[in-house]
Design a protein around this ligand. Structure first.
Ligand SMILES: Cc1cc2nc3c(=O)[nH]c(=O)nc-3n(C[C@H](O)[C@H](O)[C@H](O)COP(=O)(O)O)c2cc1C
Length: 200
């Protein structure tokens, strides 16, 4: 059965976006490893996403529901963000506030693989991948690939395309996300226990 990778771009920057170019090179690594992989990019700036306020997912506007449906349908993910204020963007935070994690009905990320990417204006904040993004996907019961790629301005050319050794790292991440997804499928799935959160 075919496999789909959805890349989620946490940057709202219109093209050219450094974060988007990291996504494109990583997806190229995924399809180079397995040409049958289907890829798509969720560009948050193209969606009229509502702010999360605790409603049920089906009570949000059409764009919000469409974004959530894209996430639910994908087999694996890349999640990419620019560093904003030493963290991932508010747009990305809002999206993942909207993603449900209801153990009995709707828990779309559980057991799926996520590849993590970030671009920053300096080297200072590369650990946001390890200390902020990785725990977020641990919360959702997703498997984050052990390789996570951070890019600083020196990793891009004048057209904001990745250049130098980071290109191989991005390709390797794309391959790793596909390989891990295939291995988990062969094993019949690997779904971590759900954290039961008491909701009032
Ligand atoms: C509001 C804002 C906050 C930022 N904060 C940081 C930061 O804390 N650390 C950092 O290294 N870069 C920071 N940057 C720089 C961006 O992370 C960097 O330019 C990134 O590569 C932009 O990606 P994009 O082209 O996809 O927008 C910030 C940029 C903006 C616009």
């Amino acid at each position: 059965m075919g496999l789909s990778v959805l890349a989620i771009n946490g940057s709202l920057t219109p093209p050219p976006s450094r974060t988007r170019s990291l996504i494109d090179v990583t997806l190229a690594g995924a399809t180079a490893h397995d040409p049958a992989v289907k890829t798509a990019v969720l560009e948050l700036r193209e969606f009229d996403l509502e702010f999360c306020d605790g409603r049920r997912p089906d009570q949000y506007n059409a764009d919000t529901r469409k974004a959530l449906a894209m996430i639910a349908e994908a087999d694996a993910y890349l999640v990419a963000t620019p560093v904003y204020r030493a963290s991932y963007t508010g747009a990305l935070k809002n999206l993942f506030d909207l993603v449900p994690n209801d153990p009995d009905r709707n828990d779309p990320l559980r057991g799926k693989v996520v590849g993590l990417l970030a671009s920053g204006g300096s080297d200072h904040h590369y650990l946001l991948l390890e200390h902020q993004l990785r725990p977020l996907f641990g919360f959702f019961g997703a498997h984050s690939a052990s390789r996570a790629v951070y890019a600083a301005p020196a990793d891009f050319d004048g057209a904001k395309q990745p250049e130098g050794k980071i290109v191989a790292e991005l390709h390797a991440l794309g391959k790793e996300v596909v390989q891990l997804t295939q291995l988990i499928r062969q094993a019949g799935g690997m779904q971590p226990e759900h954290l039961r959160i008491r909701r009032t």
